[in-house]
Structures are given as C-alpha cells and as structure tokens.
Write a protein that binds this ligand. Structure first.
Ligand SMILES: NC(=O)c1ccc[n+]([C@@H]2O[C@H](COP(=O)([O-])OP(=O)(O)OC[C@H]3O[C@@H](n4cnc5c(N)ncnc54)[C@H](O)[C@@H]3O)[C@@H](O)[C@H]2O)c1
Ligand SMILES: [Zn+2]
Ligand SMILES: [Zn+2]
Length: 372
C-alpha cells in the first residue's frame, strides 16, 4: 500500500499545478483507494486556478477519471480490489432523500464536496509539507492514487477502455445529459450549443442522439466548429450574434427549442443573448460555471415571462452517476456515442500545466492525463 502519491497540487490562486508527493492515510470505513489510469482535464479545475471557484488550498486537482481499486476500507460493499471504476465528482450515497428519489446528482453528500476532511468521517487524510491537502470534489484525480469515499466511485465492465471510463465521469455525462435529460431535446428540435469544449461537444452529440433535426454549434475557434460538425452539428457559427442573424430564417422564425450554454466561463451578460436564441416555450440550460460570487445577470424578465421560456441549471447533466455511467458506456460500446474521438492530446501528470495551457489556447476538445 502506498504511503505517498505523486499528485498535482494547487497552493494558491494563479499559481501553476505543483507536482509533489502527498502522504495518504489507509482507507478507513467507507473509503476506497484507487490506482489511477486516466484523468480528464476539464475546465472546472481551471476555475480553482483563476479563483472563480474559491477552493480551500492546498488541494489536489482533478475530478474526472478512472482507475483500478487497490484496496478498500471496512464496510465497503459496492467495489472490491481489482474492480475498474469511474471516479465521479458527483457522489451518490444511495440513501439520502435525493438519491432515493432518483436525483442522485444532488445527493446530500454534495454538501461535503469542498471540505478538507474525508467525506466518510471528516478526518484529514492527505498531507503535504505539513499541511492538510484537500481534493477537488473530494476526489482529486490528478494523482497516481486517489483515496476517496465509496460514494464517489462507480464500477464498470473490465473490457472497456480507461479513457472512456474517465470521460463519462464528467465531460460526456454532463454534456449529453444537458441536452437530453435537462434540456429535454425531442425529435425534430433545433438545439444550439454555445461553447464547444469537452462539455459542449457532448451536448452536440447528445442532441443528435435525442433526434434533434438541427444542431447548431457556436464557438469562436474554427477547430471547435470543425469538431462540432464531426460530432453531429448541422450548422456552426462563431458567435451568438452571428447565429442570431441566421437562425430566424433557418427555423422559419421558430428559433431554438433548446439552448445549452457551455462556455468555459459563464458571465451574466451571456444570458440574454442565449435566451434570445431560445424559441417561445423553449429551454435554456446553463451548464458552464460562473464565478462563484457572481450575482448579476442581464436578462429581459418581461420576455422570459411572456414568451413562456425557462432557464435551468444542471450538475452532471442531471444524471444519476450509478445509472448514467453504465448507460453511457453501453452507448459507447454500441457506437451510439463517440468517446475515443474526444481525446485531442495525452499528457503525463508532470505535463498537467501544458495540458491546461493547450485548453486555454483552444487546442483541445479534451486533454487527458495518462498514468503508467
Ligand atoms: N454543470 C456541471 O456539472 C459542469 C460539469 C463540468 C464542467 N462544467 C463547466 O462547463 C464549462 C465548459 O467546460 P469545458 O471543459 O467544456 O471547457 P473548455 O475550455 O474545454 O471549452 C469551453 C469552450 O467555450 C468557448 N467559448 C468561450 N467563450 C465563448 C463565447 N462567448 N461564445 C461561444 N463560445 C465560447 C471556448 O472557445 C471553448 O471552446 C466550464 O465552465 C466548466 O466549469 C460544468
Ligand atoms: Zn468536469
Ligand atoms: Zn445521497
């Protein structure tokens, strides 16, 4: 059993990820230790670096990933050593009111996601240079070993690739679910996706799978628009304004029944243009994260009411990890969803800062860390 793990740790806002050894406890009751295989570089970790998401620091980054269970603490029943797991940033205890009501994505354990102590018993189980170390979303997948709660892992079939297992745990689940579960795309809809990163590209393929007649991808970067077409977009535009000039004619004045806002950073000024793109009676889903302290939104409330529109938030595409992760993997296995094609670049743990630079530069649909 490892007493230390190499991990990417953030010590301060605006600093690079620091690769260092973090000391780990043994798994206690309800804990599992996972030897990581793959971790995805999602924009949500970047929000901790910019300070938009004020994470207690120091903390290990990463919340998308997969690996093999190395050992388990007392009382763990859902996984055993040797099992392949997706590491889920959304915990699901299976017992709280929300989990038992079919809304595992808002499990009560979510309240502990940014605690320093373990989800299981609150103890500080990770240390570096004399400091207790947090983990992004109680997992911290940018590490060779992840010590987390049993509630944060979902077992998967062993023949599937670890890359697929990692990507369904955030990007694929969040994007596909935003278009299907949360926006409620129906056959024949026109769906617009604003921001084509690891999340938006999956909203595009989710809309396609749900039967959208037109899927509109909006991103200022030409590479992202090309990828959008490969994943099912029928039309692309470089900005919402450009889309606004074309969509009325394209849809005979109907506009988009569903709009998913998945830009890297959501700001209040993006809401009104996105709602203008939304059809009467349509749904705007806000999937991208805004700075945590942001309160102000630019929105025409008269039009919201009189055109009977709705604006919805979503975490993990409003999917239950234990239900949705195996379901998405089945869709991947049968060729309904593309997952291998999402990976633009592979990095070692030491190259994590380069991976994020490539994300900032708009070069990656999804970058991933691969552990030996
Ligand atoms: N709700 C959830 O559960 C959840 C889960 C994961 C990620 N997220 C959030 O989703 C967002 C997207 O994450 P990602 O990993 O796909 O990011 P990403 O950086 O890979 O992609 C973001 C894309 O948005 C584009 N963009 C930026 N500003 C734009 C604008 N004004 N109009 C159109 N496109 C614009 C960028 O060019 C880029 O291609 C982030 O805010 C992330 O934190 C939310
Ligand atoms: Zn994510
Ligand atoms: Zn629960």
């Amino acid at each position: 059993m490892p007493k230390t793990t190499k991990a990417a740790v953030l010590w301060g806002v605006g600093e690079p990820w620091s690769i260092e050894d973090v000391e780990l406890d043994d798994p206690h009751a309800g804990d599992v230790l996972v030897r990581m295989k793959v971790a995805g570089l999602c924009h949500s970790d970047e929000h901790a670096v910019t300070g938009d998401l004020p994470l207690p620091l120091p903390a290990i980054g990463g919340h998308e990933g997969s690996g093999v269970v190395e050992s388990v603490g007392p009382g763990v029943t859902s996984v055993a050593p040797g099992d392949h797991v997706a590491v889920s940033f959304v915990p699901s205890c299976g017992r709280c009111r929300w989990c038992s009501g079919g809304m595992g994505y808002i499990c009560d354990d979510g309240a502990k996601l940014f605690d320093l102590g373990m989800m299981s018993d609150g103890r500080e189980a990770h240390h570096s240079k004399g400091h207790a170390v947090g983990r992004y979303a109680q997992v911290g997948t940018f590490a060779e070993y992840v010590l987390c709660s049993e509630n944060s892992v979902v077992r998967a079939e062993k023949d599937l690739s670890f890359e697929a297992l990692a990507l369904v745990s955030c990007g694929v689940g969040t994007g596909v679910g935003s278009a299907t579960n949360r926006a409620g795309t129906r056959p024949g809809d026109t769906v617009a996706v604003i921001g084509i990163g690891g999340i938006g590209i999956n909203a595009i393929q989710g809309a396609k799978v749900a039967g959208a007649a037109r899927v509109i991808g909006i991103d200022p970067i030409a590479f992202k628009r090309e990828k959008a077409v490969e994943f099912g977009a029928t039309h692309t535009f470089s900005s919402v304004e450009e889309a606004m000039a074309a969509v009325p004619e394209l849809t005979w004045g109907v506009m988009c029944e569903r709009v998913i806002l998945s830009t890297g950073v959501v700001t209040g000024d993006l809401l009104d243009p996105a709602l203008n793109l939304t059809a009467k009676g349509g749904t705007l889903v806000v999937t991208g994260l805004a700075p945590m302290m942001q309160q102000d939104v630019n929105l025409n409330l008269f039009m919201l009411a009189m055109l009977n529109k709705e604006v919805k938030g979503t975490i993990f595409g409003s999917g239950n990890p234990r239900e949705v992760i195996p379901r998405l993997l089945t869709m991947y296995r049968e060729g309904v969803l593309k997952i291998d094609e999402l990976v633009t670049a592979r990095y070692s743990l030491e190259e994590v800062n380069q991976g994020y630079q490539d994300m900032r530069d708009g070069k990656n649909l999804r970058g991933i860390l691969v552990f030996d």
